[in-house]
Structures are given as structure tokens and as C-alpha cells.
Design a protein around this ligand. Sequence first.
Ligand code: 5GP
Ligand code: ZN
Length: 120
Amino acid sequence: MSSPDPECLFCRIVAGDIPSTAVYETGTTYAFRDINPQAATHVLVVPREHHEDSGTLAAEAPELLADVILSGVEVAKQEGIESSGYRLVFNTGPDAGRTVFHAHLHVLGGEQLGLFGRPH
Ligand code: 5GP
Ligand code: ZN
């Protein structure tokens, strides 16, 4: 499903109906700062089209998934964290704390990140 969903938070952010702090954009993707950052740099990259999660995005529009990842790499370059290192994350389902059902890539970095996996 790729048409805009008026109930979807990130569709509304892409449309400009809800304000966000833009970081990078292309014809197919939009990157903006996370409202509740979990690292010194925390940017979200979304496809402009609505796709529910990374798995459906990969199945429905694999080139668009590649655009999202390449945009994440460009964000890292632009934010000056390409050489210091960064993490690209897709959360899926409740155990991963997933809350927004429009596929989105987290770009995290700008400081030493914690280990991922079990809480500590
Ligand atoms: P998830 O937990 O679904 O992988 O990630 C959703 C992310 O969206 C969270 O990190 C959360 O802080 C962020 N978020 C939720 N609502 C908003 C919002 O209105 N604006 C921005 N910029 N980020 C949001
Ligand atoms: Zn959406």
C-alpha cells in the first residue's frame, strides 16, 4: 500500500501537515530529526510513499528501500559521522519498541553507542 494515509503520522510529516526539522531529502525519501533523540545524532529516514514496515517495503518496492538506506548514508555524511561510525536500525514489532507504522530507518551516532540486544 503506497497511497498517503491521513491517519499516518509520518505521511502527515512528509506532507508538511505536521512540522519536522528536515535534514535531507530526495524525490523519494525524507529525513528529519527524531523528536526524542536516543543519541547525539538521531535522524529518521522515511520513504515518501506509505509502506507499513521494512519487510513490506522490501517486498513491494525494493528500489525504494535502497533509496532509504542510501539516504541514511548521505545523512551520516552530512552530519559528519561517516568516519566516527553510526547505526542504521529498522524496528519491527513490540519487542523492538516499534511505535509508528510507516517504514522508517533510524540513523544513530555522534557518540559511542550502547550495546544493542538485551536491556542492561
Ligand atoms: P519506532 O519506535 O517506531 O521505531 O520509532 C518511531 C520514532 O518516531 C521514535 O524514535 C519517536 O521518537 C519518533 N517520533 C514519534 N513521533 C514523532 C514526531 O511527531 N516527530 C518526530 N520528529 N519524531 C517522532
Ligand atoms: Zn504513512
